[in-house]
Design a protein around this ligand. Structure first.
Ligand SMILES: Cc1cc2nc3c(=O)[nH]c(=O)nc-3n(C[C@H](O)[C@H](O)[C@H](O)COP(=O)(O)O)c2cc1C
Length: 333
């Protein structure tokens, strides 16, 4: 089995959806909008998953949810839309609307550890209610007519394997087409070492592709987890923030880190897309979370992030960044 292991560059399928390689962008709340996904695709990701979207927001046709979170760029396909919720009927209708908006796959969030989400019975709370979790998966498939995947944790608290058990049921009884497995328990949030051995157990136990998430902070870490877990694909989360080059590294398109001009150009591209998406004022605020990632990649100090955070408008932010494109270190660095 290990001898015939596919390369990360080999295609695979989630039900009838062909994915061109095994390097995926993870869902990232507040981040994984159409242009972040498009960026990942431009740099070679086989599939990008949206930030989590409320099934209730879709069901009630919330205007901003539809206009902003359901925006899909034509070059993104195939794209997966991740939904969260705790009501199978609402999930059915939300998934139908996501399909109408152009999703190729629906993913259901069963891993979010955030209290606000869990309090409603959604996210990782579903690890406690397997019947509801199964009903959500079936509802999403019926409503959308699309393959449904689930992203979940290994358990709730240390030693608990309820997520592992649920993943098996979702694959065997819930008709789920793939499992994205984050082998950390919800109680630890995003800290600690993911359990890739447990991922391997799941891989050996279910017929559907298992996608590994967690701890993939660099291309080397992702390759190691791919080998150790035996998963069908890797899903890059924090390792992709301000670092779309990780997709090129993992798909063999790049061996050297980007130079300063490339990083600057990419940040400017991101600013342009954010402005296109949100308008100038909202983009200026929204981009504050993006700046530290790129500033760090540029090897610049936190004072540059501070300056960017204080910039009055996007032209000022662009000027500060464009200054950094000079081949010689700029005076501020
Ligand atoms: C800022 C942030 C937002 C996230 N949002 C989501 C989300 O919307 N849906 C989801 O299933 N996981 C979400 N996650 C979890 C990631 O997809 C991933 O499973 C986790 O970060 C572990 O991978 P890593 O250790 O490589 O970062 C989020 C993580 C972070 C850091």
């Amino acid at each position: 089995m290990r001898g015939t292991r596919p390369q990360l560059t080999d295609p695979f399928r989630i039900a009838d959806v062909e994915i061109s390689n095994r390097v995926l962008l993870a869902p990232l709340a507040g981040i994984g909008n159409w242009f972040v996904r498009l960026q990942a695709k431009r740099f070679g990701a086989g599939l990008a998953v949206s930030e989590m979207v409320s099934s209730f927001g879709l069901h009630h046709r919330n205007e901003r949810t539809l206009r902003e979170l359901m925006r899909i760029h034509p070059d993104e396909h195939p794209v997966s839309v991740q939904l969260f919720g705790h009501d199978a009927e609402v999930m059915r209708s939300g998934a139908a609307i996501a399909a109408e908006a152009g999703a190729d796959l629906i993913d259901i969030n069963m891993g979010c550890p955030v209290r606000k989400v869990r309090r409603t019975g959604a996210g990782a709370e579903l690890l406690r209610d397997h019947e509801l979790a199964l009903a959500l998966a079936r509802g999403a498939a019926e409503g959308s007519g699309l393959p449904v995947t689930v992203k979940l944790r290994s358990g709730i608290a240390a030693g608990d394997r309820s997520g592992f058990e649920l993943a098996i049921r979702l694959a065997e009884e819930g008709g789920v087409a793939a499992i994205a497995f984050h082998p950390r328990v919800a109680a630890v949030g995003h800290k600690g070492s993911p359990d890739y051995e447990l991922t391997r157990e799941l891989v050996e136990r279910v017929e559907v592709p298992v996608i590994v998430s967690g701890g993939l902070k660099s291309a080397a870490a992702a390759r190691a987890a791919y080998e150790e877990s035996g998963a069908a694909a890797v899903m890059i989360a924090r390792g992709s923030l301000g670092n779309p080059w990780v997709f090129e590294e993992l798909t063999g398109a790049r061996t050297e880190p980007p130079d300063r001009a490339e990083v600057v150009a990419e940040l400017l591209w991101t600013i342009d897309r954010a402005e296109e998406h949100l308008g100038s004022d909202r983009a200026n605020r929204y981009l504050r979370k993006f700046y530290p990632w790129y500033v760090e990649r540029l090897g610049a100090g936190p004072e540059l992030t501070d300056e960017l955070h204080r910039s009055a408008d996007l032209p000022e932010a662009r000027r500060l960044i464009a200054d950094l494109a000079a081949p010689e270190p700029a005076s501020r660095l």
